[in-house]
Design a protein around this ligand. Sequence first.
Ligand SMILES: Cc1cc2nc3c(=O)[nH]c(=O)nc-3n(C[C@H](O)[C@H](O)[C@H](O)COP(=O)(O)O)c2cc1C
Length: 214
Amino acid sequence: MPRIDIDTIGEDVPLLEGIRTTRSLRRLKPDPVPPELIRKVCEAGTFAPSGGNRQPWFFIAVTEPERRAWVAERYRPAFHKYIAPAQEVAKDPNYPEAKRKNMKAAIYLADHLHEAPVLLFVAGWTRQGRPQLQALMPAIQNVLLACRAVGLGACLTQIHLAHGREIDEWLGLPENCPTCAMIPIGWPIGRYARPVRRSIDACLFWEKADGVGE
Ligand SMILES: Cc1cc2nc3c(=O)[nH]c(=O)nc-3n(C[C@H](O)[C@H](O)[C@H](O)COP(=O)(O)O)c2cc1C
């Protein structure tokens, strides 16, 4: 890999093009990612909005191979349990191909999670006993967009929550600061491209949402 200039990498991607071409990249090379680049994508996360500008987020990057393996040992069985019913449904020959591909990629991630060079956990202070997902999700999206800009593959995941408190404790997080997501990050094997989405014309209404829910 050529030397990376942390200050300039990703700065030239037009914002809307970056947004339109950010998708989950789950096939990652095991090659290391410079810590300064992880710092850069997490810094993008800190520019997210949050209620009262409370900025409840923390980012914990797990990079040591044994520690990544520890997480993967918990993620893999939890994911396979989660996906098993969908795999049954996918046996139908009419099951949409795009969904089948997505499922395959998610299974690949579960089986190769230990190879991802960075497992980035996102945690945040609770408020009135509840996680502030509404503040953490914009921060997470900023991290995903920043990964897109600098060319790192990433995917928002939540399956680790099946082992929530055990993993949080292991990360050194107190009870009032749980994780809400884990983002495997690495140099991608695939490429960024437009993801499959419903047309804007099926989503946008003016004045009244006629026909929604039909
Ligand atoms: C709240 C949330 C939780 C998710 N959890 C997982 C997960 O645990 N594992 C995974 O492989 N993908 C997970 N995803 C990624 C979605 O499967 C993915 O965004 C969706 O299939 C669309 O694919 P795309 O991002 O490539 O367009 C999650 C996404 C969201 C928004």
